[in-house]
Design a protein around this ligand. Sequence first.
Ligand code: ADP
Length: 304
Amino acid sequence: MAAAAALLRMSKSSSAQSTAVSRAFTSFVSSRNFSASSSSAYNPEPEIARSPPSSFLSRNSPLPQDPKDRNVQWVFLGCPGVGKGTYASRLSNLLGVPHIATGDLVREELNSTGPLASQLKEIVNQGKLVSDEIIINLLSKRLEAGEAKGESGFILDGFPRTIRQAEILEGVTEIDLVVNLQLREEALLAKCLGRRICSQCGGNYNIACIDIKADNGGPGIYMAPLPPPPQCADKLIQRADDTEEVVKARLEIYNEMSRPLEEFYRSRGKLLEFSLPGGIPESWPKLLEALNLEDHEVKRSAAA
Ligand code: ADP
């Protein structure tokens, strides 16, 4: 309730600087009278799924904005552990747009003393999806806060995760590009289990050395570990949902709830499929090439 009420307040006091995306999200939240505290794990037929998206599109759609006149609005799709965070964050530095990971927003909330914390912890630690209501509330707040600091554009990571979320997003703004990162499933599990986070600086590392041989026509893949620097080495923690059982549940839920997003965006001509050829040293230059951004990086490093 508190989050929804705060959003409502913010929407009333939002200044002319506030851009269309967060305004539209906010007005979507208030028009549906979302109550964050009463929402729980993802329900395949939530209340909002009963009315067609067009009912709020017509009310809340921002004026169309020419993508040339604003920063990029991209989405990263991909299974748990594929590296969405790593590549989305590198691109966000390169392009000067915020990297917004809904998983991070959820973890911040569950580590807080807010009313949702214990409920969220239970859902996330079982690998289940949080309800659309909660996610949209968290995302609206994050967009509002960013816009107040002068941010524009975004690279979304972890949102949308269901067709319903994609329809909501489509109703409030135009997405320019959706990058779908792909990696063999054996590598995904090993990467999640090897993931370590520095409890002090938040840096992401990986202790797994992935070396999968080519078989049945599938390519082999080698990914070197990403060790922490000495100052982080004794401060490493694991995410509570990075256990074998929970990663397997997350992968299953991804296949069921999020995989259909590939077709959703493919049919709109927005999907860029990118199969990771290896670790960061092999994949980053290839990703820049696929995005036509090689020159961008060269210019930026020359200017630095
Ligand atoms: P993953 O490594 O599985 O991609 P994330 O860090 O993106 O994980 O998200 C962690 C958890 O936060 C998810 O398992 C889910 O419980 C919740 N979450 C994040 N984004 C969403 C979303 N868009 N919809 C529903 N739940 C979400």
